[in-house]
Unconditional design. Structure first.
Length: 148
């Protein structure tokens, strides 16, 4: 029990002390993890038959991902983000639509591309956050001076 409480306290502290960029990466990480779980369960279906015992777990994983995507959507700043925010909003809307259809039809073919694109966005954010850490301020990183 104490171990569970320690893990919970660690996670809570990690979230409370994370930068905005790190929080976005955490959201993407969780979305990828949920979609990996859903895809793994979908691929375990045998002979093309859907296992009723897995459907609920698949549904929960996909719904959690949709909640994460919705959270990312509502956090977009359209004034400062301009065209990038608009493009992300369109992409997030498409993600949720594909996940809805993939969940209804239990279709890994609709879920897999969303998972890959979310992972690509996660990697891009990871690079952005890494380049903008205080220890990199003023340094030239891969030929770009991020200090201006």
């Amino acid at each position: 029990m104490a171990y569970t409480n320690a893990i919970s306290a660690y996670r809570e502290t990690r979230i409370k002390t994370a930068s905005q960029g790190q929080l976005i990466i955490m959201l993407y990480d969780e979305a990828v993890k949920c979609l990996d779980r859903a895809l793994d369960l979908l691929e375990k279906n045998t002979n093309g038959r859907k296992d009723p015992g897995r459907i609920e777990h698949i549904n929960k994983s996909i719904l959690k991902t949709q909640e994460i995507i919705t959270e990312l959507s509502v956090s977009l700043d359209f004034e400062q983000g301009g065209e990038i925010a608009q493009n992300l909003f369109s992409l997030y809307s498409w993600f949720n639509q594909e996940l809805l259809e993939g969940n209804i039809k239990q279709d890994a073919g609709r879920i897999r591309p969303v998972r890959e694109m979310i992972n690509d966005l996660r990697e891009a954010w990871h690079e952005i956050v890494a380049r903008n850490t205080p220890e990199n301020a003023g340094k030239v990183v891969n030929g770009i001076n991020i200090a201006g």
